[in-house]
Design a protein around this ligand. Structure first.
Ligand code: ADP
Ligand code: NI
Length: 216
């Protein structure tokens, strides 16, 4: 009989292989950092740790961006993986539901379909998109997808719909205004908000310095 720990470890091993050639910011270390952030938040906010750990690890298993915007693909792939284990159906469904509901789709509004566990995983993922790590990831993603670092003639688009968000090919610097700087105010949990504040401020410092150097 597999323990919860075995299931978590098998999932990590599977994802290590699956994401071994992933260079757009969704590598295994992103998944492990999100799990780590989520465990920290769970200590303050409660929630089912096993659900939180598995949903954190699996949350990027299939990105709608790379499947023509199909938002159910993550849940489908999650259920496929979880079918390897002897787990209650409602647990599997809960994890798949979190994977489906946490992603930022361009519109700066809260998703009201999240359970406490879902809110924690979403906060944990968002923390990894901001601060120094977030800065590193946005430039890695932009490079991997052929986007520029900065173009003073391109202005950020701050009123995206899901459709325009997926289609947009904007610069790395603009992505701060289209997503990263909005995340602080979208955090769900109190402890997540505290952690986000410091990371947010670091991005503001970085951007100010960036413009100073551009204008030098
Ligand atoms: P997450 O893993 O937080 O769900 P995404 O899948 O949206 O995030 O994106 C992965 C990483 O790539 C994030 O850190 C994000 O900032 C960056 N990224 C996503 N879309 C863009 C974009 N259009 N331009 C630049 N960076 C992006
Ligand atoms: Ni993620």
């Amino acid at each position: 009989m597999q323990t919860k720990k075995d299931i978590v470890n098998e999932t990590i091993n599977y994802l290590k292989t699956k994401f071994s050639d992933e260079f757009s910011g969704h590598d295994i270390w992103h998944l492990l950092r999100v799990r780590n952030n989520a465990i920290k938040i769970q200590k303050h906010e409660g929630g089912d740790l096993f659900i939180i750990e598995l949903a954190s690890l699996l949350h990027d298993i299939a990105d709608a961006k790379f499947y023509n915007g199909d938002i159910s693909i993550g849940a489908v792939k999650t259920l496929e993986w979880l079918s390897n284990f002897d787990l209650d159906n409602n647990k599997k469904e809960h994890i798949a539901d979190i994977v489906k509901n946490i992603s930022f789709k361009g519109e700066a509004k809260k998703n009201n379909n999240l359970t406490l566990e879902g809110m924690i995983v979403q906060d944990a993922d968002r923390l990894d998109a901001i601060g120094a790590i977030g800065i590193a990831r946005v430039f890695a993603y932009s490079g991997a997808t052929g986007r520029l670092i900065y173009d003073p003639d391109q202005k950020p688009i701050t009123n995206h719909t899901t459709e325009t968000y997926y289609k947009n090919n904007n610069t790395a610097i603009n992505h701060f205004y289209e997503k990263l700087l909005l995340l602080k105010n979208l955090m769900n949990t109190n402890y997540g908000k505290i952690l986000a504040e410091e990371r947010h401020n670091f991005m503001v410092t970085f951007l100010n310095r960036f413009y100073t150097e551009v204008e030098e």
